[in-house]
Design a protein around this ligand. Structure first.
Ligand code: G3P
Ligand code: MG
Length: 249
């Protein structure tokens, strides 16, 4: 099992910089966190880019789905000004751009496969084809997804060499079978669910999986989850979480 970080910067440090951009990764690093989580999807011409939403409107102003737009058109978009004027001109990075920076900074990565609907198989295959050529250290990479199809393809390609995170919101009834089928190392849960019980965390631990919880911005909640046995949390505000959690052993 890879050594899981206590804090993972969500989409970089998206409380302080435009999500899923290079400046967001750099900001997370500057705040002292060791890992970031980024979402990857494919453009119309199969370039893996770092972007959360299927549609580009919220973060760039262009009302079109990523799967229908070429990389050259996406490169022209401003993915920073929606967040703050100081980020005007920030671009949507390719997976390659992001990995280059993360490697230079010596950080770990949770790459979330976030396919546009219908593109589950290609997203896993193309993104991981790029990744396996670019990424050397098997101890600081976790590949996750809400898409079971994407994860099955990832598991086939990675053959147990890299850790897989089984990500869900509502707990699937068959989560134990599916986690086993996928060869998952971690279960990545919604840490804000009102009905999340300590017993569920203990059940996951008993099954032998690591646990990561998204997206926790309340330090007291993070402390509670860690006390229950959660290994680490995704957060938009790594500095706040760092002050709370680095004090814990
Ligand atoms: O991977 C954790 C978290 O990023 C999952 O939710 O919607 O922010 O990708 P979302
Ligand atoms: Mg994500």
């Amino acid at each position: 099992m890879i050594k899981l970080p206590k804090i993972i910067g969500h989409r970089g440090a998206c409380g302080y910089a435009p999500e899923n951009t290079l400046v967001s990764i750099q900001t997370a690093h500057d705040m002292g966190v060791e890992w970031v989580e980024l979402d990857v999807k494919l453009t119309a011409d199969d370039v893996p880019i770092i972007c959360h939403d299927d549609n580009l409107l919220r973060t760039t102003g262009m009302d079109a789905d990523v799967k229908d737009v070429s990389y050259s058109a996406i490169r022209e978009l401003d993915a920073g000004s929606w967040f703050a004027d100081s980020f005007v001109g920030e671009q949507i990075p390719t997976l390659e751009d992001a990995v280059e920076l993360i490697t230079e900074l010596g950080m770990g990565l949770n790459l979330e496969l976030k396919p546009c609907p219908g593109r589950e198989i290609e997203t896993a295959q193309i993104a991981l084809d790029h990744m396996t050529r670019m990424w050397d250290d098997h101890n600081n990479i976790l590949v996750s997804s809400f898409s079971e199809i994407a994860l099955e393809n990832a598991a086939d390609m990675l053959g147990g060499d890299w850790a897989i995170g089984y990500l869900f919101n509502d707990t699937p009834e068959n989560w134990k079978d599916m986690a086993k089928h996928l060869g998952a190392s971690t279960i990545n849960i919604n840490g804000n669910h009102d009905d999340l019980k300590r017993e569920f965390i203990e059940d996951i631990i008993d099954e032998g999986y690591g646990i990561l919880a998204y997206t926790i911005n309340n330090p007291m909640r993070a402390r509670e989850l860690i006390t229950w046995g959660v290994d680490g949390v995704f957060t938009d505000e790594p500095d706040v979480m760092r002050d709370e959690l680095y004090a814990l052993n």
